[in-house]
Design a protein around this ligand. Structure first.
Ligand code: SF4
Ligand code: SF4
Length: 303
């Protein structure tokens, strides 16, 4: 049996990716399971999804804690101790990382000892679909790694995506971008053996009396010190020549992370701005433009 685990962020399509992969495996003659695990109901929050594929009956249930393949749809998750996408990865396993960096740079940069495959599926998505839609592309890479045939993948993409995309042109572009990604990855044979990575728990709540274990959140993962703006694909940038100081963007930002400078012009706290671009959508004079984040394009990972 092959066990795959997808790590993405709310809005990136990890759940759909695992679904497309499961469907493709089924159409290719395998038994398959796929299901997601949600954390905080917030765009940008870490999301995990799982797929099991086997020629035999799948009697195993529950979360995939020891995957053979890990798909990292947002590379900043590799530095997120709450997500720890490499935990439990088996020896001989494969890590796919959505990044413009080479496999060697990625292994070196994140200290990964396992086999690493990289492809900038965000760029492919922007170039071929026109928007950062990663689900079908991540599914395609996973399908190649899992040895699923191209026809089964294409059929699964049509079946699953047509349920959520009504526009034919957009559907076709999604499928072509996915097949491009599928053909950009070399086939690989996976022979995993033992578990090599332990989960790094940063929140450990032992069983105690109710008095001791009642909500008292002390972990740094739950404090205002936690930055939540490190995964943006685009950042909002203000044009103060056009801005009328109407405050609409300030009021509409779901994160409350737009403040006013001394002249009364808005600016974003980029450490917490998640890049949803609602502010740009809502600005009545188009004073906010979107600029591609540099951390997705440079080796240094700076924002
Ligand atoms: S993109 Fe705009 S609306 Fe969205 S979180 Fe950032 S500042 Fe707020
Ligand atoms: S919505 Fe547009 S015009 Fe209004 S304050 Fe924000 S940037 Fe300026």
């Amino acid at each position: 049996m092959l066990r795959l685990r997808f790590h993405g962020r709310g809005g990136q399509g990890a759940k759909v990716a695992s679904r497309v992969l499961g469907s493709a495996a089924f159409l290719d003659g395998y038994n398959a399971q796929d299901f997601p695990l949600y954390g905080a109901e917030r765009r940008g929050a870490p999301i995990t999804a799982f797929t099991r594929i086997s020629r035999d009956d799948i009697m195993e249930r529950g979360l995939v804690s020891q995957p053979d393949v890990v798909v990292v749809m947002d590379e900043t998750l590799l530095l997120d101790p709450q997500s720890s996408p490499l935990s439990g990865l088996k020896k001989g396993g494969v890590v796919f990382v959505n990044t413009p960096r080479t496999p060697f740079e990625t292994k070196e940069g994140y200290g990964i000892e396992d086999h690493v495959i990289t492809l900038d599926i965000t760029k492919v998505s922007l170039d071929m679909i026109g928007q950062p839609v990663l689900s079908s592309l991540a599914a395609a890479v996973a399908a190649k790694v899992a040895g699923i045939g191209e026809k089964a993948l294409r059929d699964a993409l049509k079946k699953e995506l047509s349920a959520i995309i009504s526009e034919k042109d957009l559907l076709d572009r999604n499928i072509e971008a996915a097949i491009y990604c599928y053909n950009s990855v070399e086939p690989i044979s996976i022979e995993t053996t033992e578990k090599v990575r332990e989960k790094e728990n940063i929140i450990s709540i032992p069983f105690e009396t109710a008095l001791v274990s009642s909500p008292s959140i002390l972990s740094r993962g739950n404090t205002p010190l936690r930055r939540t703006g490190n995964w943006r694909i685009f950042r909002p940038v203000w044009d103060y020549d056009a801005c009328t100081k109407c405050m609409t963007c300030v009021a509409r930002c779901p994160e409350g992370c737009i403040r006013l400078n001394e002249e009364g012009y808005p600016f974003a706290d980029y450490e917490n701005c998640k890049g949803c671009l609602i502010c740009a959508e809502e600005c009545p004079v188009g004073a906010i433009s979107k600029v591609r984040e540099s951390h997705s394009q440079t080796k240094e990972g700076d924002q």
